[in-house]
Design a protein around this ligand. Structure first.
Ligand code: FAD
Length: 390
């Protein structure tokens, strides 16, 4: 049997592509290497551009996601003592789009997305190894367990270390940002006026992000300049993190103290050097596989979700998959490349030194509100005219 489209990877981008295909009646199968989708990972912020796609797929699913997370009324950048540098009320976003950015447990989000996908199209425990071309021009997808499927096209949604990309574009390069990141979920109640705020504290060579995700649970991430590939002494990790952030507002260390040690995840932060195309013939990359960015703007997942929306609609509207993939790249390239560059720049200015700190804060404090609002509206706007079924 030859499948029409094979999606490799059931992360955020792969699952939302599957959901979009279900909506548009496009035939596909999705292959994910994990044996099950457990509640792993920490938190994630979902911005209105992502939420609009989820609503387009199924308003009931969006409601369920919103109910499982925490909706922001402000996004705040502060100094290490929590003094505001830039404080953006989200009421104009609410007015324009009907919702604002929210935070949710990453595993919870994945579970809800998974629940809504047509289950018969998903295969877990399928670790993609390589593809090859059949004599009739169809493709063969080989898995590590020795099994294979024949398919007409492949969507590589297998994340930053994508094996599909490594085979398709062997010269693609990840760029280490010079920063490492710890993420955790703290058993802590933020009850005061910070309850509905997504906020980041920018210190000297350190950064700490915070958001409540649900009652009694707070998602945090800690970023530090570091050489790559270092590992933690798990026994002393919390002590090291509390020492690292000892000059920060006391909330930071309270959050670290109330986090289970073996539930703190560490990962080096990299992005992908820009590719000049995302497809070759009927093989196309989306999400982090195509354009991984540093997490500083909280847009990597949202852009994977936007990719799913646009690619599925181009496939639905155009005659061949190859034309759809090319149109998808031409359409998405400008926005995505801008975000990769802006995220990288933000990662540099967020973690600054004593000398540049004052200049940075001055610029941020004095950026006109109208400019910030315009940028946010542009970022969050989804072109629904591309879709047939809105
Ligand atoms: C510290 C940090 C914080 C972040 N915060 C945010 C945020 O707040 N908001 C936001 O929008 N983005 C955020 N991001 C970015 C976001 O996590 C990614 O952009 C997003 O997960 C990309 O989705 P994806 O589906 O492309 O890849 P992934 O989510 O990585 O999914 C890839 C999937 O493919 C599977 N897979 C991999 N290899 C194979 C294989 N060989 N065979 C089969 N399956 C395979 C994996 O198991 C996984 O399920 C953050 C990133 C980091 C590092």
């Amino acid at each position: 049997m030859t499948n029409n489209i094979s999606i490799i990877g059931g992360g955020i981008g792969g699952l939302v592509t599957a959901l979009s295909f279900d909506k548009l009646n496009i035939s596909y199968r999705l292959y994910e290497r994990a044996e099950s989708l457990k509640e792993v990972g920490a938190g994630i912020w979902l911005s209105p551009n992502a939420l609009q796609v989820l609503e387009w797929i199924n308003p009931k699913m969006l409601k369920e996601i919103q109910n499982a997370g925490n909706i922001f009324n402000r996004i705040l950048v502060a100094d290490h003592k929590l003094n505001p540098i830039s404080d953006s009320s989200q009421s104009f976003v609410q007015e324009k789009f009907g919702y604002t950015t929210m935070a949710i447990h990453r595993g919870k989000l994945q579970q809800i997305l998974y629940k809504y996908v047509a289950q018969e199209n998903i295969e877990l425990n399928k670790n993609f190894k390589a593809y090859s071309q059949n004599k009739d021009q169809s493709l063969k997808v080989n898995f590590i367990d020795g099994s294979f499927v024949n398919t007409n096209s492949i969507i590589g949604a297998d994340g930053i270390n994508s094996n599909v990309r490594k085979q398709l574009f062997p010269n693609s390069k990840l760029r280490y940002s010079g920063q490492t990141c710890w993420r955790g979920i703290s058993d802590y109640d933020i009850k005061n006026k910070l309850e509905s705020v997504g906020f980041t504290l920018w210190g000297k060579k350190l950064q700490f992000g915070v958001s409540k995700i649900t009652e009694g649970k707070v998602y945090w991430f800690a970023v530090k300049l570091s050489a790559p590939n270092l590992t933690d002494d798990k026994e002393n990790l919390k002590k090291e993190l509390t020492n690292m952030f000892s000059e920060f507002h006391p909330l930071v260390n309270n959050l670290i103290k109330n986090t289970t040690e073996n539930k703190i995840f560490r990962g080096d932060l990299s992005d992908l050097e820009l590719l000049n195309k995302w497809n070759s013939g009927n093989i196309c990359l989306i999400g982090d596989a195509a354009h991984s960015m540093t997490p500083d703007l909280g847009q990597g997942g949202a852009q994977a979700i936007e990719d799913a929306f646009y690619l599925s609609n181009f496939i639905n509207n155009l005659t061949t998959i190859e034309t759809a993939c090319q149109s998808f790249f031409n359409y998405r390239k400008e926005k995505v490349e801008k975000l990769v560059k802006q995220s990288r720049l933000t990662s540099k200015i967020a973690i600054t030194n004593r000398f540049t700190e004052k200049i940075r804060n001055f610029i941020l404090k004095n950026t006109p509100e109208s400019y910030m609002k315009k940028q946010m509206i542009e970022l969050y706007t989804l072109d629904k005219t591309i879709a047939n079924n809105v």
